[in-house]
Design a protein. Structure first.
Length: 118
């Protein structure tokens, strides 16, 4: 079974925010890099691309046949990245999700099974 693990950063300190990142100890910073590296090299994981910041997003909708764009994300809580995981079951995907640093630093991981609709 395939699962997509959507990584929501929430209040997770990120290297792109030097003030927030500096609030973590050097050991915590190294652990975050190490843990993401371990997740990305887990058998069955296909790392996704890091997504840009939500404020750099453009939301596109079609209303009355016309394309309408809006600056910013569609939802308030936006994904910062993702991985695709080939796993035996949901429990294995949940275990992997629990190892993603954002899950313990103020964010959340959404686990969704891959589905085919057409």
């Amino acid at each position: 079974m395939q699962f997509v693990l959507l990584i929501y950063q929430g209040t997770t300190p990120l290297p792109t925010d030097p003030d927030a990142w500096a609030r973590l100890s050097e050991d915590e910073q190294k652990a975050i890099y190490r843990d993401y590296g371990a997740v990305n090299t887990t058998p069955g994981v296909s790392p996704g691309l890091s997504l840009g910041l939500p404020q750099d997003a453009t939301t596109v909708q079609v209303q009355d046949g016309k394309t309408v764009t809006r600056k910013g994300p569609y939802l308030n809580e936006t994904a910062g990245g993702y991985v695709v995981f080939e796993a035996d079951d949901l429990d294995a995907a949940i275990e992997l999700a629990s190892r993603i640093p954002a899950a313990r630093h103020g964010g959340a991981i959404e686990v969704r099974p891959v589905a085919t609709y057409w």
